[in-house]
Design a binder for this molecule. Structure first.
Ligand code: C2E
Ligand code: CA
Ligand code: CA
Length: 697
């Protein structure tokens, strides 16, 4: 509690003055009196008091004038209380204009006067304290170097305090009444709103960062938001401080840049490449994928450096980096879409050595295709001072997991492979495992040749008879494709069908097989033999939504009766999502369907039961084991009885001996196919086989 206050009481009536003095002394005030206006000013100047009680009606200068004078002299901080006549409303009004703090009406209640003045003092003190606090707050805010706003829960700007509007790129007033999403770009607005929400829930939210594109450049702000205590009826308000952390952000970026990027080309450096490879290896380990690390080295770069100077060398290296970045973008289509260059992370290790990481590769060729693309990119001459400079590249490839289990090993082996490539005469790609290079190159060339094989008639069909065991005659034949490569000669279907699957060529090739097989079957029919023809469908053909239409069209063009066509499909193909529907559509079309290689897949009874199939073709591997021991026969018998129980006809494949044929006949197999009866033969040789009989006794 403050010490007794000095009070100056001014009244021209001596009796009032005495009574007032007594009442105020009793209330603990240090009282000084004055008898008129002049006396009051004089006393106040000699001993300034904390509060003044001023009678309005006085001879000479009246109370209003004295009040105005004192107010002008000492300012707001002095409480001046006017003592007026009770019903003198006009006087009260004038006192207010003269700067009075309050008024007391006569007649005065002497018993209460002291309390009244004390209350007045306290109210005034509170006001002063508040002013002091506000001034202090204002000073604190003034000292805060960051934009400071008050927002409501919807992100609407209520008020601002920002000595640094230049940071915001707009006058802070412009924000008032608007909401965060109206002012900030969507990403930043989202961060800001969720920080508000978190401050609403937890009272405080710190550390959220927003990135803004301001007129003076890219800027980063870190938000600190505190919930402001508000009336429960009001929407919650928040104080939002946005600290400009642009400098910090930029220097962190510079540090990161220095630690992880090559300064000359801006590509990741060795360290960041190794870290990236390590990360991708652990991912690849989890999902069982392959990775490729390419190590490239420019041929003859040292020569450029020596003859044209380091400046020229640097320009070439920068252009190489640029070509890698530009040239291998996801928009460029690759022949194999599974390994995209979007996944090719490039780096410069130093000198003229660059690396690339290739993700999700399935076959070595995927890495080789990208390596070839890079070589092509580098082959365009570089322009330097209007001179064209030719550069070639040697590339080494190491694959995870084949060629190394960690980043260091892969890089080392890719490097070794690169030296190997240089040995091979530069401008060359080599795998770490030499045999891979050969295989991959071969497969890639084959795939390219495959594209050109259909037109010049490099394909032809052979037919392998299927012998019906009841009649002992050939009632069906399976069509098997052959490719005669102009240089390499005959290429087995197991080598080129998977390649044709990969690049989609299997669909036109398959259509050709279908058309040719149907046409041949019609020929046999015309010659008087009813022979069913079997045509293999690869999974991709089976998935083709046009399959049924293509078949119907072929049947009508060749005029083959549908029940003389049997399509051979694999278990994995029919087990795909729409497999059963496709089978049903085929059955609707009147053609037959056989499940090829039966016994090698899931062969799930419950699954097969629902399949509209005609035939199961027991895989050669089971037949091979016959006649064998009891347990081998037991397996084949189990497979056959499974097929029988499902009411399918059973054909056994790969029958090479009479014993095998006899064993299978004894197990009630329906038909047999294999070298014992005939190897696959040209269509023209079929008639002769058709007239033969094949007793199995
Ligand atoms: P597949 O459908 O299981 O065909 C049977 C394969 O076993 C044929 O090999 C055939 O020559 C061979 N073979 C037949 N009897 C015997 C035998 O007694 N002993 C042995 N060791 N082998 C026998 P091929 O002609 O090399 O065809 C291999 C695979 O290529 C076929 O297996 C089939 O999956 C695929 N294929 C062949 N032609 C076509 C076609 O036109 N389209 C599609 N999509 N695939 C085809
Ligand atoms: Ca087959
Ligand atoms: Ca088969």
């Amino acid at each position: 509690m403050a010490p007794p206050r000095k009070i100056l009481v001014v009244d021209d009536d001596p009796a009032t003055l005495i009574l007032m003095r007594a009442a105020l002394l009793r209330a603990g005030f240090d009282v000084q009196t004055a008898v008129d206006g002049e006396d009051a000013l004089h006393k106040f100047h000699q001993h300034p008091s904390d509060i003044v009680l001023l009678d309005v009606d006085m001879p000479g200068r009246n109370g209003h004038e004295i009040c105005a004078t004192l107010r002008a002299e000492v300012g707001e901080l002095l409480p001046i209380v006017m003592v007026t006549g009770m019903d003198d409303v006009e006087s009260v009004e004038r006192a207010y204009h003269a700067g009075a703090t309050d008024f007391i009406a006569k007649p005065i209640n002497w018993a209460l006067l002291g309390h009244r003045v004390r209350y007045l003092c306290r109210g005034f003190q509170n006001l002063l304290d508040l002013q002091t606090a506000e001034a202090r707050n204002a000073a604190i805010l003034e000292a805060v170097p960051d934009p400071l706003f008050e927002l409501d829960i919807d992100g609407r700007f209520i008020s601002y305090h920002s000595p640094r509007t230049e940071l915001l790129g707009a006058p802070a007033e412009a924000f008032l009444g608007k909401t965060v999403p109206e002012i900030l770009p969507p990403a930043a607005a989202q961060i800001c709103l969720s920080a508000l929400k978190s401050a609403h829930e937890n009272g405080l939210s710190t550390g959220e960062q927003i990135e803004l594109q301001l007129p003076h450049g890219q800027s980063w702000f870190e938000l600190s938001i505190s919930r402001k205590a508000t009336d429960s009826k009001e929407k919650p308000h928040f104080i939002v401080l946005s600290r400009d952390i642009t400098e910090r952000q930029l220097s962190e970026q510079r540090i990161r840049q220095l630690a992880y990027f090559d300064t000359l080309t801006g590509l990741p450096n060795r360290q960041s490449f190794l870290e990236r490879v390590e990360r991708e290896i652990s991912r690849a380990r989890q999902n069982g994928r392959k990775l490729g690390v390419l190590f490239m080295d420019l041929d003859g770069f040292k020569n450029i450096n020596d003859t044209m100077g380091h400046g020229a060398g640097d320009v070439i290296l920068q252009s190489v980096a640029e070509r890698l970045r530009q040239g291998l973008r996801p928009s460029d289509s690759l022949s194999r879409p599974s390994a995209t260059e979007a996944d090719a992370g490039f780096a410069r290790l130093g000198g003229d050595e660059f690396t690339a990481l290739i993700l999700d590769i399935e076959r070595p060729e995927d890495a080789l295709i990208i390596a070839h693309r890079i070589r092509e990119l580098m082959r365009q001459p570089f322009l330097l001072d209007r001179r064209e400079i030719a550069v070639t590249t040697s590339i080494g490839i190491a694959l995870y997991p084949n060629d190394g289990e960690d980043a260091i090993a892969l890089l080392k082996h890719a490097d070794t492979a690169m030296y190997h490539a240089k040995d091979q005469g530069r401008d060359n790609c080599q795998f770490y495992s030499a045999s891979l290079t050969q295989q991959a190159v071969q497969r890639m060339t084959l795939q390219n040749n495959l594209r050109l094989a259909l037109d010049p008639g490099e394909f032809h069909l052979l037919y392998q008879p299927q012998i019906d065991l009841q009649q002992g005659r050939m009632l069906a034949a399976e069509a098997l494709i052959r490719w005669t490569h102009p240089e390499q000669g005959l290429i087995p279907p197991l080598e080129f069908i998977p390649l044709a699957e990969e690049n989609g060529l299997i669909v036109p090739i398959g259509n050709w097989v279908l058309r040719t097989a149907c046409a041949d079957a019609v020929q046999w029919q015309r010659a008087g033999h009813r022979v069913q023809v079997g045509v293999n469908l690869s999974p991709m053909q089976f998935r083709d939504p046009n399959l049924v239409d293509a078949i119907l069209e072929t049947l009508s063009q060749t005029r083959l009766t549908p029940d003389l066509l049997e399509l051979e499909v694999t278990e994995s193909a029919v087990m795909e999502a729409s497999g059963i529907a496709t089978l049903q559509a085929l059955r609707q079309a009147g053609v037959k369907v056989a499940l090829d290689d039966f016994g090698t897949g899931y062969s799930s009874m419950s699954y097969l039961r629902n399949m509209p199939l005609n035939t199961l073709k027991v895989d050669r591997s089971f037949v091979m084991a016959l006649p064998g021991e009891d347990k081998d026969r037991a397996i084949v018998r189990a497979i056959l009885s499974l097929a029988k129980s499902l009411d399918f006809s059973v054909t056994a494949e790969g029958v090479e001996t009479l014993e095998q044929a006899q064993t299978l006949k004894a197990m009630a197999c329906n038909a047999l196919q294999g070298y014992y009866f005939s190897k696959p033969v040209p269509a023209a040789d079929i008639s002769a086989l058709l007239s033969r009989s094949w007793p199995i006794d």
